[in-house]
Write a protein that binds this ligand. Sequence first.
Ligand code: NAP
Length: 346
Amino acid sequence: MSDTNTIVTVTGASGFVGSWIVCQLLEKGYRVRGTVRGAPDAEKYAFLRDLDGADEGLELVQGELLTAGSYDEAMEGADYCIHTASPYALDVDDPKTDLVDPAVQGTKNVLEAAKKGGVRRVVLTSSMAAITDEPGGDEVLTEEVWNEKSSLGRNPYYYSKTMAERAAWDFAEDCETFDLVVINPFLIVGPSLTPSLNTSNEIFVNLLDGEFPGIIRLTWGMVDVRDVARAHILAMENDGASGRHLCVHHSIDMRELVELLHELGYGDDYSLPGLNLANPIGDFAVKLFSYFESAGTGSYLRTHVGRVPRFDDSKIRAELGLEYLPLQETIGDTLADLKHHGHLPG
Ligand code: NAP
């Protein structure tokens, strides 16, 4: 479907996920208003202005999550809002002011502006962080599951996403002007339109740079950023879409990922981990070591090492018809792109 009269406001247009959403919307012929924190004509947003179709289809508007009324202009007369903007970092100085306040108050500000502006549907980028911060055991994660363990002291990024999604559902319950659809992606990886290095793609850089002392028992549910962007647009376009949607393709553990990186030819020139710590002794060592790490990384390690996420993503495939790119393609494209942006030598 291509529709040159439909206006979609995308918050966080400069981000890893937001910029792919902008790119795919422009490809489909939508008129896009992307919100950015800095001056819209700043050089750092040139990569957005250079996207195909941006000349006619893209307008950049300033927006700051913590400033009330900041999104009013971006939302005025828009048909849809895709709200991706939120701080994404495991380690911050002050979890409340750096993560929770912008995520929660920012979501309320964006929804307030969407309501005033006449938006008819908001698609919110939530996260698996709002599902759980401690996967594992026999539990199969579904849209019914809510993270009830995170706090300012424990996995604060997860807490910020949980509180923000809850605030959005509370707001939407009393709002008659728009309906809310939520996407809950797991770890998003893939090629980046923005030159900056996303926290999730950093895993590849850390693995190849020799930051891990050995192969430890960490397992990630991964999804390609291009699939995540498609999921948001499908959620916007599909009248029947409702509720939350787990968005995750593969579960892959560190051993499998390291093997795949060797297969893709990244064994010789980089420092991939070799020592086998993927056993209960390794788990114990990682937990001990985690207390010497920064608070965010430490609590992430303690709640994730030795744990395997199991999930049921059938809703997003059945309701939205989402199909995922093959993992090999995602990882191959990610690594080529990390080199292209200078995040990896070679
Ligand atoms: P990102 O590249 O860091 O993008 C975050 C975006 O939010 C950026 O555009 C950033 O603007 C904006 N932002 C942050 N704080 C802001 C503030 N105070 N006011 C206005 N804008 C602000 O991260 P991402 O991976 O694309 O994340 C996008 C969304 O996906 C987030 O909601 C994140 O929680 C969610 N998510 C990410 C993952 C993942 O693995 N990457 C997984 C699940 C969910 P600047 O460019 O100015 O910093």
